[in-house]
Design a protein around this ligand. Structure first.
Ligand code: PHE
Length: 449
């Protein structure tokens, strides 16, 4: 009975845009360039792409299969597919991961909204490099302003979610995603034509493997999971809204390609600019905020490019945050039998409170350390490098060993309607390759071997 009432995406295009909207976010535009910069550029990109192709795609497809087969959220799915077992405890990982990611996500999205504001009001006009840097440092360490932007972002995300699957998520994604692609492309082309920009392209595409250690490989793996939104049931929940007619493997392929393209394009937009203006690619989380305003400041029509760029990142962040929050809201609604509006309000309040701590860790709470990391760094590290890969391992193990092979094939092939030629390879990956690789990279990256 419940299945009939469950909403679905209205069109295939809308579904792909919503899925890509989840995947493409701050991870591609803010995080990818800065961790790629820290870990040496080209070599990191190669390892990252290997993980996307060999592990990311399979984990994503598995989430699609589980979600559409179970027609539930990340908790309900395991109750349906493995009744009477403890597999649904997986949802604890999902809820923890979603809360942690949303909290630091809101911090950065809050910064991007503030930067739109700064560019629209042309606040950077004629500033020296030192002024750009101190403006950033003063803003992020302020005890009030970044918190207000972060709370505003949580409320904005909630406002879209209240609209429901078709009206809210799908409609917003359908408009925002194509716009996003076009904007990154324009910025990439613009950056490549800057004098000396070719050094940035060399940095991004010519590998230097000497910088790759266990930590960098774990960072690449964690980032593949983070960027593709896999490992904790986000896409699994979205997949429960996918129509039974759609070809899941095609969709997973399209989402992986779109996500990787935006990350590489973001790198092409950022590194030539960084090198052209003699800035430091290993700047860290502040990379786009510290360097890009200076870059835009030196370009003609800089305020316009700057505004476009930060509008673009905020859009990308919004569609990803919607997917994160939708999981929490779907969970509260379906398991606690609450209305969508009330469930969203509760979720927004909790996220805003936790996000306040992460945001303040750049200012008044900067002295608080967890395992030697700031609250923000710890949340990012813990979610990306531990929760998501561990979640991915569980998902693969469950589908590969606990589900019937015939059920998997039935769902991925739409009851035999499509011929899935790579099915045996896929099965081998989720049974052996993905869990074993993830396990070794985890313990190596965490310094346990
Ligand atoms: N993939 C999103 C990004 O790249 C972040 C995200 C992670 C969203 C995990 C959902 C789940 O920004």
């Amino acid at each position: 009975m419940e299945e009939k009432n469950r909403s679905t995406f209205g069109t295939k295009f809308g579904a792909v845009m919503a899925l890509a909207g989840s995947a493409v976010g701050l991870g591609n535009i803010w995080k990818f360039p800065y961790i790629c910069g820290i870990h040496g550029g080209g070599a990191f990109l190669i390892v990252y792409m290997i993980f996307v192709v060999f592990i990311g795609f399979s984990v994503m497809l598995t989430e699609f299969i589980l979600g559409r087969r179970g027609q539930k959220n990340a908790l309900g799915v395991f109750k349906v597919l493995a009744p009477g077992t403890k597999w649904h405890y997986f949802a604890a990982l999902t809820i923890l991961g979603t809360l942690v990611i949303l909290s630091f996500y809101g911090t950065i999205a809050g910064w991007t909204i503030n930067y739109i504001n700064l560019f629209i009001t042309n606040s950077f006009k004629g500033d020296s490099p030192e002024q750009y840097v101190s403006a950033f440092k003063n803003f992020v360490s302020d005890p009030v302003e970044p918190v207000l932007w972060q709370v505003g972002f949580a409320a904005l995300t909630g406002a879209v979610i209240v609209g429901g699957v078709k009206k809210g998520i799908e409609r917003v994604s359908k408009i925002l995603m194509p716009f996003l692609f076009i904007l990154v492309l324009i910025l990439g082309i613009r950056a490549c034509t800057l004098p000396g920009g070719v050094n940035g392209l060399k940095f991004l595409f010519v590998p230097d493997f000497s910088k790759l250690d266990g930590y960098a490989v774990l960072a690449a793996l964690g980032h593949a999971f983070f960027s593709l939104s896999i490992g904790m049931g986000i896409l699994l929940t979205y997949a429960s809204y996918i129509d039974k007619k759609e070809n899941l493997s095609n969709m997973a392929f399209q989402v992986c390609v779109a996500d990787t393209m935006v990350a590489v394009l973001a790198g092409i937009a950022i590194f030539p600019a960084v090198f052209s203006f003699g800035m430091n690619p290993t700047e860290g989380p502040g990379l786009i905020f510290l360097t890009l305003p200076q870059v835009f400041g030196k370009m003609s029509l800089g305020a316009l490019w700057g505004t476009l760029f930060f509008v673009l990142i905020t859009f990308a962040a919004l569609t990803s945050a919607i997917s994160l929050m939708e999981v929490l809201v779907a969970f509260v609604m379906e398991e606690m039998h609450m209305e969508r509006k009330a469930a969203t309000a509760v979720t927004v309040i909790i996220v805003a409170i936790i996000g306040t701590f992460t945001t303040l860790s750049f200012g008044p709470l900067s002295g608080v350390k967890i395992f030697g990391m700031s609250i923000f760094d710890f949340c990012d590290y813990f979610a990306s490098n531990i929760i998501l890969p561990v979640g991915g391992m569980f998902v693969c193990y469950f589908a590969g060993w606990k589900m019937k092979k015939s059920d998997l094939y039935d769902e991925v092939s739409n009851s035999g309607k499509f011929k899935i030629v790579f099915f045996e390879v896929y099965l081998f990956v989720i049974r052996y390759i993905a869990p074993v690789c993830i396990f070794f990279i985890l313990i190596k990256g965490l310094g346990l071997i």
